[in-house]
Write a protein that binds this ligand. Sequence first.
Ligand code: MLT
Length: 202
Amino acid sequence: MTELSFIHRYEPATDPSRPPLLLLHGTGGDENDLLGLGRMISPGSALLSPRGKILENGMPRFFRRLAEGVFDEEDVRFRANELADFVTEARKAYGLEAPIAVGFSNGANIAAAMLMLRPEALSGAALLRAMVPLSRAPAVDLAGKRVLMVSGAMDPIIPADNSKRLAASLSASGAEIQHEILTAGHNLSQTDLQLLVRWFAE
Ligand code: MLT
């Protein structure tokens, strides 16, 4: 694997008409977790899958938190920029267009932060079980970016009004938002997969 600033896995595209995906795992996951999901939801896409650099009791994450659902926002900002820089590096190394982020949980939260802080790094995002990453959303222009958010109505980690606030904030910044709220908890379900497949096919 090419030496870049994040430990990562990379799979080249087999269908150049498909957009590259930036796969961002949840807390305790790693760069291998979402490769299968990526292949399933957008067959033939190039897959770029970094491992979060923060360790919380040995579990990789993309930024520090003070407690569950309470973020170290200075670190969120630092790590979102660091990850956007990695995307720039990887695009050069592998010859890629700006990717669509596909993030789960902590990975979805760093993707949302990247959209707000470094919108040029991503061409769009699928945010699975995301919450508001920054208490004050920076002014940003997300016109032309498609964002799918899939939340769980029974998610014990993310209050319903929090995910709705994130959707509203991304929409107010001009993103083309589709927010689906499933009868589900924090874990992904078959319905998440179906929504992702459909969203990528559109
Ligand atoms: C986070 O820390 O990003 C959220 O609480 C989701 C999680 O990783 O559990």
